[in-house]
Design a protein around this ligand. Structure first.
Ligand SMILES: [Fe+2]
Length: 155
């Protein structure tokens, strides 16, 4: 592989993007109550963003001669984002907080991968990752604001 450490970092990002997509899917199915109509459909856009990043990260990995993870087993082995069974008892804010926490993990993943790709001199991957990191930070701001928090609260 042209940039082995970057490749490994991309697979870690890929695992968390895949897991985050499932987590958002679950919470947009299980949420109930006030704000449902707005938030449920907003989360469809969130999933589109995750799916787009997932595909681009995997394809960039192939372009540097790597092999993207592509099974649930591999995702479970690598992901840093926890999951739990669907729960109808969670409040709307609890659902959103879980999604926000997943996004904060993605932000950390991207920051790690950005540094690794810069160190290895993989400028194109670095450029792609910086753009995605910016998208993730914007999403963190929006989700945090919906919860009455500022993006760095609790850190
Ligand atoms: Fe949906």
């Amino acid at each position: 592989m042209r940039f082995p450490k970057t490749g490994e970092a991309l697979n870690e990002v890929l695992a968390d993007l895949t897991q985050a997509h499932m987590v958002v899917h679950q919470h947009h199915w299980y949420m109930l109550g006030h704000r449902f109509i707005k938030i449920h459909f907003y989360l469809d856009h969130v999933m589109d963003e995750l799916a787009e990043q997932q595909d681009d990260v995997a394809e960039r990995l192939i372009e540097i001669n790597g092999s993207p993870i592509s099974t649930f087993e591999e995702v479970l082995e690598k992901t840093n984002i926890p999951d739990r069974k669907g729960d109808w008892e969670l409040s709307m804010d609890e659902h959103l907080q879980i999604i926000l926490d997943a996004y904060k993990q993605l932000k950390a993943d991207y920051e790690k991968a950005i540094k690794i790709s810069a160190d290895e001199g993989d400028d194109s991957t670095n450029d792609m990752l910086i753009g995605f990191h910016t998208d993730i930070e914007k999403r963190i701001w929006i989700l945090a604001a919906e919860l009455g928090q500022r993006p760095g609260d609790g850190e």
